[in-house]
Design a protein around this ligand. Structure first.
Ligand code: NAD
Ligand code: ZN
Length: 359
């Protein structure tokens, strides 16, 4: 097992990664102290597959609350149902919530933990690749608004994160691929060597070699932990993690979640790289290298259907990074060299979208 520490002053926490990492739960609850009741907030699909195994790790049976799988559960309605469950369980100030599932369970469960009694402690047990390398770490919690994703949220750091590789075994291939897009993004903005490691290890990664998965998850957690420790509230450095996300979130909103978050991020990276090439910021060869890697990892490199460009532009304007209506993107000038660019013109986005035109 590996442990990656997230060193946020006064609120440092460990990420446990490995087979059987769930067995850390009892120790963590003891370490937190004063816990009488624990409530699990679990994705229903994940619970059906793995809840008995998770429950073995608890010193006494927790309260169990379930959410329907899928992005639609990141809603205030779903949160309200969970608050009802917490009220019934009388979950108190010193008690703990454990989230169990992918990014949806992490974000929704974290949001509920952040707001219940003005914030109770929580442990993330991440079961998708996306959640293991990104959503569970860093304390961004949120639900969606009908106009855009993640508009309603709170920063609230977990007390621990657990990535048990035993749970990841049941992930459908498409979910692995979607998570890999986020891994390529983190490597692209922060670690050229790690990017090259992806290129050299495509078959081990897709074959889910335990060593490859362990390295992939640990390195991503280190990258995310280092960035979050330096800029918890996204005042500067953390914004680089939004590479591919200005366009990616817009596509995700328009395609009504028919594509996975990671799949949209992959398309978003391609469009934003094309934009950077057009600005003379990024050499075309580097954009092609990213495209080739995403393709080899099984990610789609074109839209599933035609989208109206006005709709894409309108969706981009809803992005939280924008100020005064100007569209911001995180563009690369090389692998490992990102920069936040403001005032991206509509025409630039329209031109760059051609790179992902449906075939
Ligand atoms: N807070 C953050 O910093 C952050 C970062 C990245 C992404 N996110 C959010 O995460 C969400 C996407 O996460 P996701 O891709 O994990 O989505 P998800 O939670 O919907 O999980 C994807 C699917 O995989 C299933 N699943 C999860 N674990 C499984 C397992 N072990 N075996 C079988 N099936 C399993 C789920 O039931 C679901 O159907 C988005 O809402 C995104 O906004 C948040
Ligand atoms: Zn993302």
């Amino acid at each position: 097992m590996r442990i990656v520490d997230v060193q946020i002053a006064g609120r440092a926490y460990p990420i446990f990664i490995g087979r059987g990492a769930r067995r850390q739960i009892a120790d963590e609850l003891r370490r937190l102290g004063g816990v009488e009741t624990v409530a699990i907030i679990a994705d229903q699909t994940v619970a059906d597959l793995h809840l008995p195994k998770l429950l073995e790790a608890f010193p006494k049976p927790p309260v169990q609350l379930f959410v329907q799988p899928g992005e639609a559960s990141k809603s205030l309605d779903a949160a309200a149902r969970l608050y009802d469950g917490l009220a019934e369980a009388r979950l108190g100030r010193k008690d703990v919530i454990v989230t169990f599932g992918g990014g949806v369970a992490c974000d929704l469960g974290g949001f509920v933990a952040a707001t219940w009694l003005r914030g109770v402690r929580f442990i993330q047990v991440a079961t998708s690749l996306e959640a293991s390398i990104d959503a569970s770490v860093g304390g961004k919690t949120a639900v969606n608004h009908s106009t855009a994703k993640n508009l309603i949220g709170v920063f609230h750091q977990p007390s621990a994160v657990i990535v048990d590789l035993d749970f990841l075994g049941s992930l459908p291939e498409r979910e692995i691929q979607a998570g890999l897009a986020e891994s390529v993004k983190q490597a692209a903005v922060r670690d050229a060597e790690f990017f090259a490691w992806h290129e050299a290890n495509v078959s081990a990664i897709l074959g889910r070699s335990p060593d490859a998965l362990m390295h992939l998850i640990s390195r991503n957690c280190q990258i995310k932990a280092e960035i979050v420790a330096r800029d918890e509230r996204e005042e500067n450095l953390r914004a680089i993690l939004n590479h591919g996300h200005t366009i990616g979130h817009a596509l995700e909103h328009l395609l009504h979640y028919e594509l996975r978050h990671g799949e949209c991020v992959a398309l978003g990276m391609l469009v934003e790289n094309e934009l950077a090439v057009a600005r003379g910021l990024l050499p075309r060869g580097v954009a092609e290298r990213v495209q080739t890697l995403l393709h080899r990892l099984g990610l789609r490199t074109c839209l599933p259907r035609e989208l109206a460009t006005e709709d894409v532009l309108a969706a981009c304007r809803l992005d939280k990074k924008n100020r005064a209506g100007a569209i911001h993107c995180v563009l690369l000038s090389a692998i490992g060299a990102p920069q936040v660019v403001g005032g991206v013109a509509d025409a630039e986005i329209v031109a760059a979208l051609a790179v992902v035109a449906p075939k």
